[in-house]
Design a protein around this ligand. Sequence first.
Ligand code: GLN
Length: 480
Amino acid sequence: MNPYANMAQLRSGLDNGDFSAEELVHFYLGRINAAADLNCFITVDSDRALAAAKSADKAIADKRTGPLTGIPIAHKDLFCTEGLLTSCASRMLHNFVAPYDATVVDRLRKAGAITLGKTNMDEFAMGSSNETSFYGPVKNPWNQACVPGGSSGGSAAAVAAGLAAACTGSDTGGSIRQPASFCGVTGLKPTYGRVSRYGMIAFASSLDQGGPIACTASDAGTLLNAMEGHDPNDSTSAIAEATDIDSSRRPLKIGIPSQYWNDLDSSMAKVLEAARHTLESLGHDCVPVELPHTEAAIAVYYVIAGAEASTNLSRYDGVRYGHRTTSPENLDDLYQFSRTEGFGSEVKRRILTGTYALSVGYYDAYYLKAQQIRRLIRQDFLDAFMEVDVLLTPVSPSTAFEREALIEDPVGMYQQDIYTTPASLAGLPALSLPCGMREQMPVGMQLIGPHFGESSILSLGCQYQNETDWHALHPAYEHD
Ligand code: GLN
């Protein structure tokens, strides 16, 4: 069995009887077990995965299949899964078994996908390196000394190492796109509102979006089709037309924002220039555009995301669920010690800075100002999309960096998000896909579309992947 088969190949293998869903699940469980050193998984749900595989095999025999019937996937550990630990990679939730499924989990299961388990991540999705997890760092399968990116690092590394056909992730400021680029896989952050947030543990509610991490843009589209759609349980969920990939070659105008390209390191620029030429050779036209407020995006993002996190995380009080300190003397102790023990240092940093930005006397200077600049950033994109169909940018200033290189330097870590936070603040869909290698590590490019423009960025991604093989490269890492 080919561990790097994409979902389309697995679909035909299952439908033609080359292997059963049960064999496929056994195969992936074996690989997950053998790859324990990568630390991609927090929980593996073998028994239920095998039971689901048996039902999938019945459905396949009865020819009652959908695109995902029998396809083994894994969920980032911030999607609630009924009866299964949902830890958010935090000590605070190390004992939290969700009483219900997130909408994303429910929809994917109903579409026939099999859940292998829950993937590792940065604690409460705060981080860009997967080093803030209570369960330890994830290693990048391309080079185990390097980080896989974050916060959906376990999901991206699992897809890259062939431990699941695809995974879910979440992206608040880059957490699907940056790990996808560091691990050489394809990840999509949908338009804010396209995918329900119900049952997805909240970090920054005006930014959080669930989305797919897969081997190809086409697979990401297949997963998105199952995940997307209006959900009455999420009041910000949108009513929108379903995503429809069409790889016919309507020539597009592709915007090249100078603010994303000008300061690029020359070895990164070389790879991205080559990607741009490939897109031009497919008949698309690249034109320069300006997004003048880009520089402010990181500061704005970290004020807003911190502020929202500080309020969202106030629910962890040691009373209702999650970690509770032992033998407090009074109620204040209960709150204080439960939170002190339950949260890691990056989460505490966000709560402190977020609370500060919202406090009387600083609200206007930080939170309100950040909201105003967020509006300008959004307007930059709206103006650009009057001229062009999509935007082509890097995902990250570099390839995967070494573990421990930035963990003691929070601002340096935050600066990694320079190219991903603007689309998040504007609520736009953005696709990260592999477009080359630098010193044996994958480089990603980002296609940003207008609101609800997933169809065009995924279609363009499919065209690019029909023309190139970067998505078909796999790490030399092998564990069996
Ligand atoms: N790296 C960013 C942060 O730490 C983005 C995280 C995310 O998208 N969840 O906030």
